[in-house]
Design a binder for this molecule. Structure first.
Ligand code: TYM
Length: 326
């Protein structure tokens, strides 16, 4: 029996090079080895009010990008979170075992609540995320660095439950890329690249055209001294070198050695070209499949059925343990 893998993205904004290098690229590689579920976690998108029609379209945009990044529906389960009601059911049970303090400590909650005001959904979001993971007996969760704290909660809840009710949950392990777990904002290198940022200049979207990529990279923040100091947090050069290195497989030292005497101009020109070439197949594949609504519907239906089947054993055991049902 293959081990289980679960991961997902919330369909808000547009998928970026940060999502790709932090998560999606890793997924495609691991799907060979693991029984993998990749969800478009649309219920998570509701923590901020949005237009329903737009959300449904965006979920499909994300599905197409999953496919374009190499996720294979024959090997993996690709589905909408809302297509499997078990996520919500387990989330409720877990939330009754979660302390308020555990949730109010969450960094993402504090940051988002400050920005846009909080609702109860935003507050309990990490419990839903724990349910997403624990529902499938997941062993491995490939995510970016910003999800670390949420993963810790999922693990804590698994341990807590297992202590009280016996071995119900598998203890999930996070898989966070060492170099690309946190790709930074192109304009403000002290904050992470955010797919929902209102300014498009701050990120590279997976569907950006070569013209957009070139413009964004040429305007990306570096420093006024022209140095390649990768540890300078104020300068964006370390972030750009990490992206270069991740896409070419060259070590960061080799990249610095290649450009430190030639300067930012040639470095940025080459980086833009590397990005254009790396993203070209993704953008093209996306364009080919996005219009085929009936294929996408079929795929989501199939994914939904598979996901429901795979979650059944855990949910049944949990309900039995806590005393729900006949
Ligand atoms: P989301 O939708 O914000 O991001 C999707 C994935 O991309 C990673 N990521 C990044 N990696 C590197 N650099 C960045 N700048 C960057 N920005 C985002 C995220 O870490 C994530 O892996 N709560 C999750 C979605 C979720 C989930 C789950 C993930 C819900 N349930 C269960 C795994 C398992 C989120 O909002 O990710």
């Amino acid at each position: 029996m293959k081990k289980r893998l679960f991961s997902g993205t919330a369909p808000t904004g547009v998928l970026t090079i940060g999502n790709y290098l932090g998560a999606l690229r890793n997924w495609a590689v691991r799907q060979e080895e693991y029984d993998s579920l990749f969800s478009i976690v649309d219920m998570h998108a509701l923590t901020v009010p949005r237009d329903g029609r737009e959300l449904r379209q965006r979920s499909r945009d994300f599905l197409c990008l999953y496919l374009a990044c190499g996720l294979d529906p024959e090997k993996s389960t690709l589905f909408l979170q809302s297509g499997n009601p078990a996520h919500g059911e387990l989330a409720w049970i877990l939330s009754c075992h979660t302390a308020m303090g555990e949730l109010s400590r969450m960094t993402q909650y504090k940051a988002k609540a400050q920005k846009s005001g909080a609702n109860a959904g935003l507050f309990t979001y990490p419990v839903l995320m724990a349910a997403d993971i624990l529902l499938y007996g997941t062993h491995l969760v490939p995510v970016g660095d910003d999800q670390k704290q949420h993963l810790e909660l999922a693990r804590r809840l698994a341990v807590r439950f297992n202590k009280k009710y016996g071995e119900l949950f598998t203890l999930p392990e996070p898989l966070i890329p060492e170099k690309t777990g946190r790709i930074m904002n192109l304009k403000d290198p002290s904050s992470k690249m955010d797919k929902s940022h209102p300014e498009r200049e701050t990120f590279i979207a997976l569907t950006d055209t070569p013209g957009e990529i070139t413009r964004k990279i040429s305007r990306a923040k570096t420093d006024s001294r022209g140095t390649f100091d990768l540890n300078d947090r104020e300068s964006g050069i370390g972030n750009l070198v990490r992206i270069y290195s991740a896409l070419t497989g060259l070590g960061e030292g080799t990249v610095v050695w290649e450009y430190e005497h030639r300067g930012y101009g040639p470095f940025k020109r080459d980086l833009a070209e590397i990005l254009c070439e790396s993203l070209r197949p993704i953008r093209e594949r996306y364009g080919e499949i996005r219009g085929d609504e009936s294929y996408l519907t079929e795929l989501l239906k199939r994914g939904e059925e598979k996901a429901r089947r795979k979650s059944e054993p855990v949910l049944t055991r949990v309900k039995e343990a806590v005393g729900l049902g006949i």
